[in-house]
Design a protein around this ligand. Structure first.
Ligand code: NAP
Length: 437
């Protein structure tokens, strides 16, 4: 019996699971990787910052995986819509949800629904050319932006907002975003952390990203010296985190008038309310102190004027009909990746939005081991059955070779110095693949 596995989602978690399965089962496994977009690689394409091309290079590994086993890519196929989870579970011994966490966690303060409040999932998707967010049109006619959160996403967003066109020349920043960002009126980007400078979630491995901020052409990173912890306060932290803190301390030595744009890191400030009548015009915050690791309000408030608020406070998985969902945590209910016999989840849809790309490798391998240990038996129709459903329902599916055609077309139309110019609408992608009928 050959094992038949469907993996839903073609990002890192999906491809590492496929790699783990090939390692476990060799040619005794048939793997179908299904994605709702015609393009594979999930967050690598639509989440990793466009100016971090070396990180995006990890897709070469996924291409090797794709070639190593009996793996087929089915793009442009929405599970839960065109084909249900129940139908897939009939067809495959195991179905693995590797659907990531594509929705923003709500900020949960009055005014957070106003135009001009745009969560990081949407904003990052927009500048990365994700088809869901092409028409977002964020209000970049504002001189000030509030970025909320002290994680790696906040750093990415702040940096992309202030980098010069020359600094972004080697990136794959989507054209519509480049036009708006580089014509923007932005002068001040505030990055607000609700806890202290010692409690940031910027990871030591990404310390280069903080260093990069010190060398930007048009922008200077700033920390109010009054917010610095006492000398040596970070002594108990590990060396990597001490380096992060060292960079933040160095920002206190910079001057606001050094460059035309500024990134202000403001700590111990939590959002209370987005101000504005019919669009965001400002943010009210409360100063906090940290007690037992928690941000506690002091009652002292202040406001800033800003026309754009970007919460970078974490993500949620999209629920799927028929799959138990933990609404509080924004991920599938699971026990170490097992949802129900034959149904698994992996990556952010299993553990929530934590860790870096590499974290998904052991995660994917663990799910492959779990599937191996489950001793799944019986004959399943697998790919042949999926093919029949696709044909019966007249669905328009994109294969890996089609993706390679799209990929080549994007590379061919890149502006000088850039790796590619992405197609940002699904129709354009299908047309590039020669599939527009
Ligand atoms: P994150 O690292 O979990 O940081 C979230 C931040 O938002 C924290 O500072 C958190 O503060 C704050 N926050 C949460 N709820 C809040 C609220 N209601 N009000 C104010 N602040 C709030 O999340 P992320 O930056 O979205 O990153 C997600 C994952 O992707 C992380 O694992 C990250 O490392 C990874 N990532 C990696 C890279 C890279 O490797 N280059 C790039 C981007 C993302 P508290 O700490 O007080 O909770």
């Amino acid at each position: 019996m050959r094992l038949k596995v469907a993996i839903i989602g073609s990002g890192p978690a999906g491809y590492y699971t496929a790699e783990g399965l090939v390692k476990q089962f060799g040619d005794q496994v048939e793997i179908d990787i299904i994605d709702r977009l015609p393009t594979p690689f999930g967050l690598i394409r639509a989440g990793v910052a466009p100016d971090h091309q070396s990180i995006k290079g990890v897709t070469r590994r996924y291409e090797e995986t794709q070639a190593a086993g009996d793996i087929r890519f089915f793009g442009n196929l929405q599970i839960g819509d065109a084909i249900s989870i129940a139908e897939l579970r009939e067809l495959y011994h195991a179905v693995v949800l590797a659907t990531g966490a594509p929705h923003d966690r709500p900020l949960g303060v009055p005014g957070d629904g106003l135009p001009g409040v745009i969560g990081a999932a949407a904003f990052v998707g927009w500048y990365n050319g994700h088809p869901d967010f092409v028409d977002l049109a964020p209000p970049l006619d504002t001189s000030a932006v509030a970025v909320i959160g002290n994680g790696n996403v906040a750093i990415d967003v702040a940096r992309v907002l202030v980098k010069s066109p020359d600094e972004m020349a080697g990136s794959d920043l989507a054209r519509h975003a480049a036009e708006l960002i580089h014509a923007s009126a932005i002068r001040d980007v505030y990055v607000f952390g609700r806890r202290s400078l010692l409690d940031v979630s910027f990871t030591p491995k990404e310390v280069g990203e903080l260093a990069e901020l010190t060398e930007l052409t048009d922008a200077v990173p700033l920390v109010d010296p009054g917010q610095l912890p006492p000398d040596g306060a970070e002594a108990a932290l590990d060396p990597g985190q001490r380096k992060v803190i060292g960079h933040l301390r160095s920002f206190a030595l910079r001057r606001a008038d050094e460059k035309p744009r500024r990134i202000h890191f403001v700590f111990c400030a939590r959002p209370l309310r987005v101000l504005g009548e019919d669009r965001a015009t400002g943010l009210e915050l409360e100063r906090t102190c940290v007690r037992d690791g928690q941000a506690v309000g002091t009652g002292e408030t202040f406001t800033i004027d800003c026309g754009l608020v970007i919460p970078c406070i974490g993500y949620r998985t999209r629920s799927i009909a028929g799959v138990p969902f933990d609404n509080a945590r924004g991920r599938f209910v699971n026990d170490e990746g097992l949802i129900e016999p034959g149904l698994y989840c992996v990556g952010w849809s299993r553990r929530g939005p934590s860790g870096t790309i590499g974290t998904n490798r052991p995660d994917g391998f663990a799910i492959a081991e779990k599937i191996a240990a489950a001793g799944l038996t019986g004959e399943r129709a697998g790919r042949a059955g999926l093919g029949r459903l696709i044909e019966e329902r007249d669905l328009w599916v994109v294969g890996f070779d089609d993706w390679k055609t799209i990929d080549a077309a994007e590379v061919a139309r890149a502006r000088i110095g850039a790796p590619r110019e992405k197609f940002v609408r699904i129709e354009e992608m299908l047309a590039a693949a020669g599939r527009s009928g």
